[in-house]
Design a protein around this ligand. Structure first.
Ligand SMILES: Nc1ncnc2c1ncn2[C@@H]1O[C@H](COP(=O)(O)OP(=O)(O)OP(=O)(O)O)[C@@H](O)[C@H]1O
Ligand SMILES: [Mg+2]
Length: 336
């Protein structure tokens, strides 16, 4: 039998979150949208992973599936979401509500839906603490103010009673973050947390998220279509295309040794990485129709290296090096 100590060590090493072969479809009037077809990834404690890819590739649906927040006509078809070893997809709403908002929290992509406009910001942060930590009103208010201070809201005591519209975009996002971290979650999912903000404010918010990660040893999923944000903030990154993870590796590996043709096209399309202007080509073709997706590898119609096999068979995500996974029959090894 394992001693207590050995058990603890094992669970410390286990990923905080392990998503296996997640599949989520939407059953719409015009057809079945195969939004997430096969998504597997993991997040370690205290680690920030990036989930990256073009619009419509299934980033938000993957995140919502992790939280089991996919609503009709969507349905999680199969897969596992192991959080601290427990499959969240097998839990009922009651059990999930004890985890969501407390242990796993999410910053949603739509900023206008993030805060209730007719309730004070303090109230909205304090209610989370009351619900999940069993604090009374006064204790919750104290914790909410302390959290508002920690995310950089000036005059937090006074601002507790203010409504969301009185805050600037950046300050509003700090309030959203305060609410997401008030219970010190072990996993935070941030879906495009800075896209709606000015560039200078974006950097400040990302810095705040980094600070919170260090302070609470929080694991984080940072969803973004911006590889610059990934380069500066993530330990590892997963590239998504048409409902699949096509490549996953440490951030520096993705930038220095990208192997999937899609990842390589994405990197070539970023001007800020010092790529010469004549190579700044956008990826030809458009994102796949997920109601009637291409057969085989969903990237094959846009891929310069596609062969007959790519049209027939779906490449599996396979390990090609330490911590480096690629789903491609023709991984590219030349320098970019
Ligand atoms: N409620 C829904 N009903 C039908 N289809 C949906 C629904 N929600 C998402 N989809 C479809 O699922 C696919 C994946 O969407 P998702 O929102 O995950 O993309 P994304 O990668 O987050 O894109 P973006 O970068 O634009 O946020 C898209 O084709 C989208 O149209
Ligand atoms: Mg999205």
């Amino acid at each position: 039998m394992l001693s207590m100590e050995a058990t603890t060590q094992k669970s410390e090493k286990e990923p905080l979150l392990k998503v296996e072969h997640l599949k989520t479809y939407f059953f719409t009037e015009v057809g079945v949208v195969k939004a997430v077809e096969d998504v597997s990834f993991h997040v370690n404690r205290g680690e920030i992973i990036g989930l990256c890819g073009e619009s419509g590739c299934g980033k938000s649906v993957s995140a919502l599936s992790v939280m089991k927040l996919v609503r009709i006509p969507g349905k999680i078809m199969s897969g596992k979401v192991l959080f601290k070893g427990q499959n969240l997809l097998e839990l009922d709403e009651n059990e999930l509500n004890k985890i969501r908002g407390k242990e796993i929290t999410m910053i949603f992509q739509d900023p206008s839906a993030a805060l209730d406009p007719i309730r004070t910001v303090g109230e909205q942060i304090a209610e989370v603490a009351m619900l999940h930590l069993g604090l009374d009103e006064e204790e919750a208010k104290e914790l909410a103010i302390e959290t508002m201070k920690s995310v950089g809201i000036p005059e937090a005591e006074k601002r507790f009673n203010d409504y969301p519209f009185t805050f600037s975009g950046g300050m509003k996002q700090r309030i959203v973050i305060a609410r997401a971290i008030v219970c010190k979650p072990s996993l935070l999912i941030a879906d495009e947390p800075t896209t709606a903000l000015d560039v200078t404010i974006q950097a400040q918010i990302l810095e705040l998220l980094q600070e919170m990660r260090r302070k609470y040893n929080m694991g984080m999923i940072l969803i973004t279509h911006n590889l610059g944000v990934v380069a500066e903030n993530c330990d590892r990154v997963y590239i998504m295309y048409g409902g699949y993870i096509v490549e996953g590796a440490k951030t520096e590996t993705i930038f220095q040794e990208p192997r999937h043709p899609y990842t390589r096209s994405l990197l070539k399309a970023i001007p800020m990485l010092g790529v010469k202007k004549d190579r700044l080509d956008i990826i030809p073709g458009s994102v796949p129709d997920l109601i009637d997706p291409p057969t085989g590898c969903r990237f094959h119609p846009r891929c310069a290296f596609a062969t007959e096999r790519c049209m027939k068979e779906v490449p599996k995500l396979e390990k090609i090096d330490d911590d480096h996974y690629v789903a491609c029959f023709h991984p590219q090894y030349d320098p970019l």
